[in-house]
Design a protein around this ligand. Sequence first.
Ligand code: BV8
Length: 248
Amino acid sequence: MPGASSGGHPPIVVLTGAGISRESGLATFRDPDGIWARFRIEDVATPEAYARDPERVLAFYNARRRGMTADDVRPNAAHLALARLEAEWPGGVTVVTQNIDDLHERAGSRNLIHMHGELLKARCTSCPDVRPWRNDIRVDHACPACGALGALRPHVVWFGEIPLGLDAIDTALGACGLFVSIGTSGNVYPAAGFVRQVRMLGRARAVELNLEPSEGATLFERARYGPASETVPAFVDDLLARGLAAAG
Ligand code: BV8
């Protein structure tokens, strides 16, 4: 029986990417109208870019933070369905998100790992302080904890930096009986490698819920394609009604 199961309800790990927040009005990265169609990773999402031109990097994230905190940006049916799954699934649910928005929390997810950080938090580069931060970050800001000037950055994992929570993610992947990947193109590692890791362990089923087949589509036993606001609630209803059998 897959995973450390409680009957047909083993622990579930859900990986989410930008696609789950698309219908809440937030842009994805690699769609034709995506963020990387307008900005270069090397200019705005690496530690080198921040060291070279902090104002440009801070402006990129200030614009995205303003977008993320707009009144009309709210969790959609997919975020809400995952919170319902966590509340009702006997075996436990861990949501690992690549997203830096707060839509999973606002939908009610609690067992949540932001492996690429959180844009609504600021981090100091001179001391260990990390704190909620919903306004712009400017180069003339002083760290509220240590007073260092120009030391604040978004609490976000840039390319070339080590993602957060990898030990907890490893443990969750090792124990799960079902791995569900939602709204991610499977381009960015180590997240894109989680399905391979789960398949190698041989104890979990892997399901992809996406708008279209991802880079790793062939590694999933089952897939349901369509907008997350439709596929995720339907899949959660199936799981809660039929247990693991719903994963095909
Ligand atoms: C690491 C935060 C070492 C910032 C992000 C050379 C040098 C250094 C590193 C590397 C290198 N070459 C490769 C690497 C590794 C690198 C990497 O993978 N690069 C890629 C480009 C090849 N990775 C790293 O650098 C990582 N760190 O490797 O450290 C290490 C690792 C482990 C252990 C020890 C050491 C750090 C990567 C993190 C970078 N930060 N985000 C920010 O947000 O600005 S990544 C960024 O991409 C976001 O987090 C995003 O979530 C993530 C993945 O993108 P997706 O979420 O998948 O979004 P995308 O647009 O691609 O796809 C959306 C999907 O949704 C599509 O499939 C679409 O069809 C679908 N969709 C659209 N609409 C809907 C929908 N689905 C359903 N419903 C809809 N309505």
